[in-house]
Each structure stands twice: as C-alpha cells, then as structure tokens.
Design a protein around this ligand. Structure first.
Ligand SMILES: *Cc1c(COP(=O)(O)O)cnc(C)c1O
Length: 371
C-alpha cells in the first residue's frame, strides 16, 4: 500500500471551502501586504501561546533571525544551541553574527540537555536557543533559571510544536510561553502549515515586540523613516488568511497525530529492534514527527521505500558535524548522543488523515524487516 509521509491533499479536501473562501476574500480586496488577517492571526496565535504579543514574519527561519538580530550580537558572541535540529536553528545564529555553541541532547527526548547548557556558559554567551523537537517541549523550567542566572536571552524554537504544552509546577505552559521569545514556522509540513512560507514570533515583552515589528519592516516604525536597518520579513496576507481558516482545526489534527502515535507505540511494544519515541510525562506532545530509533536504519529506509511507505530521516548529519561549521572544531564523537541519534532515527507517517489500514501497512513493513 502506498502511504505518503504527509498527505496535504487529503487535508485540503476536508477544508477546501473554508480556505478558498478566505483566500478569495483577500483576492477580491486586492490588499496583499499587512492586511487585517495578519493582525487577526497574530491575536489568535498569541492567545493560543499564552503570550501578550505575536509578530508575524516571512518564515520560521526569520522568526529566529529577527530576535537574534535584536540582541545586537558582536563578533565572538556565543549562542548555545542543540546540534540535533533543522539547520535553520544554527543558521540563524550565524546570520545574526553569533557563534553557535553546540551542546549535546538528552537521548530520550532528543531535546537539548539543560546541564550541558549550563556547563557551556562563558562570559561571551548571550543567548540559548532551545528546540521543541518533533513536537514535544524542551525542559523550559530548567532552561529558564539558567538564562536568568547568567542574564541570557532564551529563544524557544517551537517551529515543530505549535500548541504543544508542558505541565510545570501543576500548570500547563504552552510552547513559546516561557522563553524571551518563542518562534513558530508555518512551513507547509508543520502541524499548522501555510500554502507557502510563513512564521511568527511570540513574546511577553512589550518593548521587544515593538522592536521586532520594526525589524520586519526595514527597521522603521513609520514608513520611510528608519531607526535601524531591518528586513523585509512580513507574513503574507494570503498566508495569514489560509492559516486563520486552518487554525480552528489544529487541535483536532494534533490529537489525531497523538492517537496514531499511541497506536504505533503499542504495535512496536515488545519488538526489541524498534525503540518508539519517549514522551516526557510532563509533555503534551503534538507529534509533528513520529520518530523511532532502530538498528540498520539505512537498510530499513530502503525496505520501506521499496514498499512505497513514506519516511524520512530527521536529521542525518548533526549540525556540529556540518561542513559549514567545520571551523568551529567539533570532531567526531564530540557530541555522542546527537551523533547516535542521527544514525538511528527514522520518522514514519503520522499525519492526521492516515487511515488505520495505511498505518497497519507501515507497522507490518517495519516489523517484517526485523523479523
Ligand atoms: C521548520 C523549522 C524551522 C524553519 O522554519 P521555516 O519556516 O522553514 O523557515 C526552524 N527550526 C525548526 C526546528 C524547524 O523545524
């Protein structure tokens, strides 16, 4: 059975009228730049994230870049981050003028290890960028005190985790709520995906929100008057309209992903070769990816491909080992948990519309390989 990794066409068929109506409203109005849908989406996402501000921008990458730029980094300034993430996390640090300092992950959750963060702080450290990988939040309750103690900005890259939450001291905290900023991506494959690129920054900080709104518009609070040099990084109005139409479905979609994840984990239980993802009991995981660890990963991948089972390896080369960061001097074995993960992980289809029969064929194909 052909099972794609993600089926956005199936999703579209379920919401076609709502989305096309929203798009046509913008088209009929011919107001494409910073139309009312942008502010409406910002208000809705701020409410979802329990923050006082949300600032739309052009992508999840820019959602990282703008707050890093707002730190006014100078050469030699260090930003501590995880090497086991999408490239944008570290690329944005570099492009903002900082030096990425990679520290190892917790093998169970794949998220940055707070103790390793603490150990890496130097007088040049300016910020921490944590990632809520695959849809479960990093240990924000441990990272925040480290940031506060050392006077660092804490950026929570929640590109894969919109609507995820973590119970801290008995209270549910949303992805993006506890950092200096939280950053979101609306790349089509995220749980809330646009019909193109888009991103958003959430924050509780009034002054920072104002600065970020300037930075996305060439640094000028008033058009044609520029306090600083910024970017053209607006969230497109058409994308905001699509996202507003899709947002009411997000909770149900993420719940369907979590149900599929539970069914996989049950099906793989007792099979020694397949290690299902660990969910920290404090976390409400939104499963942007369902990622298992396996031996002979590349051979399993070929086996699944031959059976038309969609899959992907996120991520095959840890960022500290990327050629572009070779000058940072991280040798093989320097961050062993991240390196092991990059050799063992494979993500399986977990999109909301996945049928039971499709899921069964994924399970059968995986277990057949190890039988
Ligand atoms: C997708 C993603 C980004 C970048 O988002 P874009 O919208 O594609 O620019 C950044 N960080 C992580 C962890 C991501 O998964």
């Amino acid at each position: 059975m052909n099972v794609p990794l993600l089926d956005l066409v199936a999703q579209y068929h379920g919401i076609k009228d709502e989305v096309l109506g929203a798009v046509m409203t913008v088209v009929e109005r011919q107001g494409f730049i910073m139309g009312p849908e942008v502010g409406q989406l910002e208000a809705a996402v701020a409410a979802l994230s329990h923050t006082t501000h949300a600032v739309g921008c052009a992508s999840g990458t820019d959602a990282l870049l703008l707050p890093l730029k707002a730190l006014d980094l100078v050469p030699g300034d260090e930003v501590i981050t995880t090497p086991f993430t999408f490239f944008a996390t570290a690329g944005a640090i570099h492009n903002a003028g900082g030096t990425p300092v990679f520290v190892d992950i917790e093998p169970a959750t794949f998220n940055i290890a707070p103790a390793a963060v603490e150990a890496a702080v130097t007088p040049r450290t300016r910020a921490i960028v944590a990632v809520d990988l695959f849809g479960q939040m990093a240990a924000m309750e441990a990272l925040r005190p480290i940031a506060e103690r050392h006077g660092l900005a804490l950026i929570e890259d929640a590109a894969q985790a919109i609507g995820a939450r973590r119970k801290i001291d008995g209270t549910w905290r949303m992805a993006g709520e506890l950092g200096t900023v939280g950053t979101l991506s609306f790349f089509p494959s995220k749980n809330l995906g646009a019909y193109g690129d888009g991103g958003m920054i959430v924050t509780q900080d009034d002054a920072l929100a104002e600065r970020l709104r300037r930075l996305r518009l060439h640094g000028g609070a008033r058009q044609y008057f520029h306090d600083e040099v910024g970017f053209n990084s607006r969230l497109d109005t058409l994308q905001a309209a699509v996202l507003l139409a899709k947002l009411p479905h997000l909770a149900a979609w993420s719940a369907a992903r979590a149900r599929h994840a539970a069914r996989y984990t049950e099906a793989f239980a007792g099979h020694a070769d397949v290690c299902p993802p660990y969910t920290d009991p404090a976390n409400d995981h939104i499963y942007n990816q369902y990622t298992i660890r396996v031996p002979r990963r590349d051979a399993l991948q070929a086996h699944l491909k031959a059976r038309q089972i969609g899959n992907a390896v996120y991520y095959p080369l840890s960022l500290h080992r990327q050629p572009c960061f070779a000058d940072l001097g991280y040798g093989p074995g320097s961050l062993p948990h991240a390196e092991a993960a990059s050799e063992q992980v494979i993500s399986l289809p977990v999109y909301p519309e996945l049928s039971e029969a499709q899921q069964q064929s994924v399970v059968d194909a995986v277990l057949e390989f190890y039988s």
